[in-house]
Design a protein around this ligand. Sequence first.
Ligand SMILES: [Mn+2]
Length: 332
Amino acid sequence: MDFKSLKKILSEAKSFSVFGHINPDGDSIGALLSTRIIAMSLGAKDIKLYSRDGVPDNFMFLPGAELIEKKAADGAPPADVAILVDCGGPKRIGDELLPLLKSSPFVVVIDHHVTNGGFGNLNIIDSNAASTCEILAKFIEAENIGMPLELAQCLYTGIMYDTGRFLHSNTTPEVFRICADLVARGANPHEIAVNVFNRRRFERLKLLGYSLVNMKTAEDNAVSWSVADRKTYEELGAEDEDSDGIVETLGAYKGCEAHISFSESKDGRARVSMRSSGRIDVGAICAKFGGGGHKFAAGIRMDGPLSLVEQKVVAEVCAAARALKNTEGRDD
Ligand SMILES: [Mn+2]
């Protein structure tokens, strides 16, 4: 990875627009805020942060979160450099922000998605990294950039989040080495975990409860999924972002190889989140439907109706589960 060029750009350009992805998660928000702190420590003054869907409540405790904007102010001048963090492709920033991205003459991509082909003028892409924040932590280390407490907190949050609290298969010795260093610099794992996971609204917990009570399974429980349509969201008082994390809980079921959460967003589109227990490549399945992500964690946004999306996607995942059963056999 060309860290030298990244440092040069962050040190020399006058203005930056930094973009995270739609339906932001801990890595996207952590990487947005970290990029700002890093650029400032290299002398940058004019840095705007954009996240089309804002900042979920549980990440508002992070330093600088209130600076993240959903859209550009009217007549905002184009920035010298646009930086996309945690985005596998330019459309991940959301269509509304694309004109702002296109107005910048130079684009930097910092990402860890295996599907990222490198669409920037400078691409810092490492699909072996568990998170975009891990790449940023390596950049800071390699280039001897300072690590204030605020930066350690943001990076730790992103890394912890994208490794599923250090439980996913991407949790490498490197992840622990980096996080040990971040904690030594003041990042507080307990405080961050409480903020990110344990300060939920009741409506969100009700949506999780609904999803578990109405969980469906197929292929001898190798595939499990839940569906929440618009009506359900409204009855429970839940928001789009409340579906975050449901899919992980579905995977707790014994014998589950792939688990899926289907929800109907406010814009009427279907949002599909898919996880694998480690043997089915759900990234490849999502790619067939125009989605993307990683081998064991991926997603799709599709036009509805939701029931048809459910039918098509579940059929594809069930076919993968059957293929797995045929080739490897089940050992439970
Ligand atoms: Mn990520």
